[in-house]
Design a protein around this ligand. Structure first.
Ligand SMILES: [Zn+2]
Length: 420
């Protein structure tokens, strides 16, 4: 099957005007020029990789529809909704609400496809959210809330039982520095590496995290105490380390790990992430919802950090449209003084190649090169041969008209212009 479009952006190579993409057995055979069996009127781009989301929370969109004053204010609201699950649905035995996580995940998958996303780093907290999906990428089993003692007593065995029952490609996610004890985080990283599982963690999302790991004080210490977490950081008055150095001291960082957010990163933090080969999934619209500043994308780009882009979940973001986060990053980079003419290209690369690399799937997804999975999306845009990435970033949000995964058209807008 040969697909063609006036402009093809393979990401693994330069843009191709009047390009063709030849697919066989769900894989890319070649990218060339000419007219295909299926002609798409628009810009055909390698499938987008959403490098940080929680699709199970798609039903919690109400929580993400307003703007908060702080991470902690959002967190309280999220917890009320998560445990409440709506009026009358609190279950005192399991201490959980009765959200239909499978329905949330299915809706999240459907919305992702409509925005041209073909692979995700999806964090799963409740196993009911594991539903069949055409999306590629990595699912990460999340753990949170254990002290070193509760982990030894029961948490570790429970987590391992869950993990052993899951697909060998499932990664693990120790949630964040303020929801797990130090020994637990170190143990989760070690057991992930023993089993060849990838790691993903929320890190440096707000400046309060720095105060928490350095001194064991501040709003996040109060939050942890409100959950009655008995963590060594709280007892010892911190570790004297900033969040990135703290996680590094626990053996978490490496090329097989990527972090989400990275809003509060100084030069030493960025240097340490580069030294460890750890990518950062930037989620600027989620940060905005929580009343946080945007990430320092200009410095990350200028210094050569590995970056990817994520939407986070609908509980903290207005939509699962990854290109809208790319557009937000562009505004941030310009506001931070980024001067390079390569800005649009590098941000689209972050949302494709960068996401693939963050998930350990370089060459497999996020690009159109011979052998990679035939994942791509078509956007209803006038092709601009002079600035091929500018138009996609500026006008692409909301304009995906078709999504193809493994060579199959998994979503198409009724009005998309297709000639066969
Ligand atoms: Zn998240």
């Amino acid at each position: 099957m040969i697909h063609s479009a006036p402009l093809v952006l393979p990401m693994s190579g330069p843009p191709v005007a009047d390009g063709t993409v030849t697919v066989a057995d769900g894989r890319i055979v070649r990218v060339g020029r000419g007219r295909g069996d299926v002609h798409w009127d628009g810009v055909l781009v390698a499938g987008l990789v959403n490098a940080h989301t929680h699709l199970q929370y798609t039903g919690m969109a109400e929580v993400g529809r307003r703007v908060y004053d702080s991470f902690e204010e959002w967190s309280h609201t999220f917890d009320r909704a998560y445990f409440g699950g709506g009026p009358g649905s609190w279950d005192p035995l399991t201490r959980k609400g009765v959200w239909d996580w499978a329905a949330g995940a299915r809706e999240g998958i459907a919305q992702s496809l409509r925005y041209g996303t073909t692979a995700v780093a999806d964090i799963v907290t409740d196993l009911e959210a594991l539903v069949g999906s055409p999306l590629g990428g990595v699912t990460y089993l999340e753990t949170l809330g254990d002290s070193d003692q509760t982990w030894r007593e029961a948490g570790r065995a429970h987590f391992l039982r869950l993990l052993e029952g899951l697909d060998g490609r499932t990664g693990v996610s120790p949630h964040a520095p303020y929801t797990l004890d130090s020994g637990v985080i170190a143990d989760v990283a070690a057991l992930a590496r023993d089993r060849g599982r990838r790691l993903h963690v929320h890190l440096a999302e707000s400046a309060n995290e720095r105060e928490y790991t350095l001194r064991g004080t501040g709003p996040l210490a109060d939050l942890a105490r409100s959950y009655e977490f008995d963590f060594s950081i709280l007892r010892d008055g911190g570790t004297g380390l900033a969040p990135v150095a703290y996680l590094d001291s626990l053996g978490v960082l490496g090329p097989d790990c990527h972090i989400a957010h990275g809003v509060d990163l100084g030069p030493e933090d960025r240097a340490l992430l580069r030294a460890r080969g750890t990518a950062v999934a930037l989620c600027p619209r989620s940060n905005r919802t929580l009343g946080l500043p945007g990430p320092g994308v200009a410095a990350l780009l200028a210094e050569g950090n590995r970056i990817a882009v994520g939407t986070d979940s609908l509980s903290s973001s207005p939509s699962l449209d990854l290109l809208a986060d790319v557009a937000a990053l562009r505004e941030l980079a310009l506001g931070q003084g980024y001067q390079g003419a390569d800005l649009d290209r590098r941000l689209v690369e972050a949302a494709t190649l960068g996401g693939a690399a963050a998930l350990g799937l370089d060459g497999e997804i996020g690009c159109l090169r011979p052998g990679s999975r035939a994942d791509f999306a078509v956007f209803d845009l006038e092709p601009d041969g002079r600035e091929p990435y500018r138009r996609l970033v500026g006008q692409g949000p909301g304009r995906c008209v078709a999504t193809v995964i493994g060579g199959e058209v998994v979503w198409v807008l009724g009005s998309a212009v297709v000639q066969c």
